[in-house]
Write a protein that binds this ligand. Structure first.
Ligand code: ADP
Ligand code: MG
Length: 266
């Protein structure tokens, strides 16, 4: 992993303790082996993408990290925490659907996560309004969900997730329901946002380009039983521009490598 090689970083031991670790993780649902023997290590503020065919255990891995599920065997550690309750406290889950409340305006919806942490409505709204510009929502503070495009609703949902102030962000196919132009726009925007406000991020996606754009490592999984086939480091030129990056030969090479791994994984 690129971010693990910096010489000024603390020792490998403490680094991995601050991020996410899965050690020999098995998850069974009755007879079904959803995840068999997964080992993963993501340093703090590292970004991991997980790709693989439907049913290979991607969502199950996210649920175990988030603290919604415990592994049948092995250990899941998030910033040193191993209990479900402690993991839940450290992770923010970005839902696939925006789940906005139709009777609350943009600022009111974005403030929800803060209110759930016991912050007053007024203060939560104030804090959210400070962030609204960075999320491309200025001028829309008082609009209601039905007055927004799908992309904007998803930005409000991101704002709510980011405002919660958790250090770990989990995304399960966050752009799945959006058209390709909105999707490209949000990918570029999220890339920039995570550069500016680094978080430990795990993104599950079907889309190889999205995995490369948003991850500094890509984990490829195969189905039946769900297991990790390979972890690929993403070394790409530093550029803000999504289109430039996608056209770069290094990008094309990584995309081909991932596509061949997926072909075998099916
Ligand atoms: N709560 C559950 N109960 C029983 N089986 C489950 C449950 N959740 C997932 N599975 C099974 O585990 C396997 C992995 O599922 P999932 O993690 O959702 O895959 P993916 O997200 O990669 O499509 C599938 O065979 C699925 O049917
Ligand atoms: Mg899934």
């Amino acid at each position: 992993m690129r971010s693990q090689t910096g010489s000024q970083l603390p020792s490998a031991q403490s680094r991995s303790g601050d991020g996410i670790d899965l050690v020999n993780v098995v998850k069974r649902f009755g007879e079904t082996v959803a995840v068999s023997g997964a080992d993963l290590s993501l340093p703090r503020h590292g970004r991991m993408s997980i790709i693989g065919p439907s049913g290979c255990g991607k969502s199950t891995i996210l649920s175990m990290i988030s603290g919604l599920l415990d592994p049948t065997e092995g250990v899941v550690r998030v910033e040193g925490a191993t209990t479900m309750k402690e993991r839940l406290a450290r992770c923010a889950w970005m839902p696939q659907r925006d789940l906005l409340l139709p009777w609350r305006d943009v600022a009111g919806n974005a403030a929800l996560a803060l209110e759930n942490h016991g912050i007053s409505k007024k203060e939560a709204r104030g804090r959210v309004l400070e962030l609204i510009d960075r999320f491309g929502l200025s001028g829309f503070e008082r609009k209601f969900p039905h007055q927004l495009s799908g992309g904007m609703r998803q930005r409000v949902s991101f704002l709510r997730t980011m405002a919660a102030g958790k250090d770990v962000l989990l995304f399960d196919e966050p752009f799945g329901a959006l058209d390709s132009i909105t999707r490209a726009d949000l990918q570029q925007w999220l890339r920039r946002t995570l550069e500016e406000t680094p978080r430990t991020t795990v993104l599950v996606t079907h889309d190889v380009e999205e995995a490369l754009l948003l991850g500094d490592t890509v984990v490829v999984m195969s189905a039946r039983p769900g297991r990790i086939v390979q972890t690929v480091d993403v070394e790409l030129p530093q550029t803000e521009n999504r289109r430039e990056l996608i056209r770069h030969p290094a990008f094309a090479e990584l995309r081909d490598e991932l596509l061949s791994l997926l072909e075998v994984a099916e």
